[in-house]
Design a protein around this ligand. Structure first.
Ligand code: HEM
Length: 482
């Protein structure tokens, strides 16, 4: 314990919903009885701030550590800036179990070779250092500008082939966006085109597509519902493990290929080959696996959400179109183009402010810490509520209005708190794929606005947590060729 100033209040004093004896607060998430819903944690959090203020304690959740929800950007900044060398982000227990128990022989075979997802402390720090030297280097993302644009072109071609007679996308459009995201990420992480839009049955691509889909379908269920898999291997858990095994075996086979190419060429020519050269084949394979686990549905849900928001705003699209046309003048995209498109970038930021795919990011405290004037014990999960802060008038003038301009040419008076909207996290553990995600998103949005006028003619969609924050309903966009 460290000495706390007398003015600092205790953990017991933090306001929050009271846990019931035996039932804790878990019952509040019981359908029809509890009033709280995991799927609508966005609304639960808005209500909690309204009732209890900027710092809310959530205790007594079965199988979970105590949590502290923080809605105050200055406190978020203080916690982030006070982080030690190895910040601990609460991670998916099922993945933890996969890496550290079930497949311990593989992930524990070499020192510091378990990856960054569901890994903590010195092991995380050593692995992250090896990978970030390559993945965050200047130009690591820019080298993919042209191939990522080619994937975006393939996506547009695909859309043209699946639109109905009213030029509307099919009800399962989100699936197509997932395919685009998987195609883009395979290019970056595995140095390969999977041809997701036309993959043949029995191909390696199809095995990977199925495995990734199974992983995403099951991970939300395994993490958000009662963890029966801890007691026995449920059917869903077995499918989840098989999917992870498939993704890992595919990444390993591509690392083998990369090794051969490096030998043949005498140098490395891609992110994967750079990783193999700098950190060895096992690190490269595990890094690729981790990028797959967190880099696909984040990006695809963000793109689906941006397209939907743009379809509601023809004037915004027109302004983007003018900007894009001025920069590209009908030539193909090249590195650096998007830097000449401040309005496009601002639109993406504005959607991520209002509808961040990750509604709250968190840290498990590695030491007792004062937050919002309370002494919060080590081990507590502190959750930074970016959805709520991003939509609060306390931090953004007229927060409910879509105003991309707020991100452009900001005068000191227009400046907002830098920690109120952090879609990619912050600090030593921030998103490792941010540059790649931005490249993919900016490129595909640029291409979509160039190709189509987008409209939406159905009931407005609410958002839900699934497990990303995403429009709830079939994304039926009317996409008319320009
Ligand atoms: C819109 C797209 C994306 C969003 C909003 C997003 C958001 C995030 C957030 C909030 C975190 C946690 C950061 C923190 O704890 O401070 C994170 C971590 C991470 N992201 Fe992303 N991400 C996106 C796309 C990607 C992509 C495309 C990749 C891979 C190419 C990727 C790889 C990672 C990795 C490996 C981590 C874990 C870093 C670590 O723990 O050291 N992300 N991301």
């Amino acid at each position: 314990m460290f000495d706390v100033a007398p003015s600092v209040k205790s953990w017991e004093d933090v306001p929050g919903p009271r846990p019931l004896p035996l039932l804790g607060n878990t019952w509040r998430f019981t359908p029809y009885i509890g009033g709280y819903s995991v799927e609508h944690i966005d609304k639960v959090c808005l209500a909690l701030r309204e009732e209890f203020g900027n710092c809310v304690k959530m205790t007594g959740l079965l199988g979970r550590p105590d949590m502290l929800f923080v809605f105050d950007a200055s406190e978020v900044e203080r916690v982030f800036r006070g982080e030690d060398a190895a910040p601990h982000r609460p991670s998916m227990p099922s993945l933890n179990y996969y890496k550290h128990t079930l497949r311990k022989d593989f992930f524990g075979a070499e020192e510091n070779c378990a990856g960054v997802i569901a890994v903590h402390g010195d092991q995380w720090s050593a692995f992250r250092t090896k990978v970030s030297r390559v993945a965050l280097s200047a130009g690591a993302a820019a080298q993919y500008t042209v191939p990522v644009a080619e994937v975006a072109d393939a996506f547009i071609q695909r859309i043209r082939s699946i639109r109905n007679e009213d030029s509307e996308t099919p009800a399962d459009f989100l699936n197509e966006v997932h395919k685009w995201s998987l195609e883009s990420l395979s290019l970056i992480a595995l140095d390969t085109r999977l041809n997701c839009f036309n993959a043949s049955e029995d191909s390696e691509s199809m095995r990977l597509i199925d495995a990734v889909q199974t992983f995403f379908l099951s991970v939300g269920e395994l993490e958000l519902r009662a963890p029966w898999w801890r007691l026995y291997p449920t059917k869903m858990f077995r499918q989840y493990v098989a999917a992870l095994d498939t993704i890992l075996s595919v990444t390993l086979s591509h690392v083998e290929k990369a090794l051969k190419e490096i030998k043949a060429n005498g140098s490395s020519k891609s992110l994967l080959q750079d990783l193999v050269t700098a950190a060895g084949p096992r690190v490269a394979a595990v890094a690729a696996l981790d990028l797959f686990l967190v880099g696909i549905d984040t990006t695809s849900n963000a793109v689906a959400s941006i397209l939907y928001q743009l379809a509601l705003r023809p004037q915004v699209q027109e302004r983007m179109y003018e900007e894009i046309s001025k920069v590209l003048q009908d030539r193909p995209m090249k590195p650096g183009d998007v830097n000449q498109m401040p309005y496009l970038k601002a639109c993406v930021k504005e959607v991520m402010r209002m509808y961040p795919v990750v509604v709250g990011n968190g840290r498990q405290l590695t030491k007792d810490t004062v937050v919002c004037g309370y002494n919060i014990p080590k081990g507590t999960q502190v959750i930074f509520q970016h959805y709520v802060m991003g939509n609060s008038d306390d931090y953004f003038t007229n927060a409910s209005e879509f105003r991309p301009e707020r991100w452009m040419n900001r005068s000191p008076a227009q400046k907002h708190h830098a920690f109120a909207s952090l879609p990619f996290g912050y600090g030593k553990r921030m998103c490792l794929g941010r540059r790649f995600a931005e490249l993919e998103i900016h490129t595909v949005i640029c291409k979509m606005v160039q190709a189509f006028k987008m409209e939406y003619h159905h009931e407005p969609m609410d958002y839900h947590i699934h497990p990303m924050y995403t429009p709830n309903g079939p994304i039926r966009l009317k996409l008319m060729d320009r």
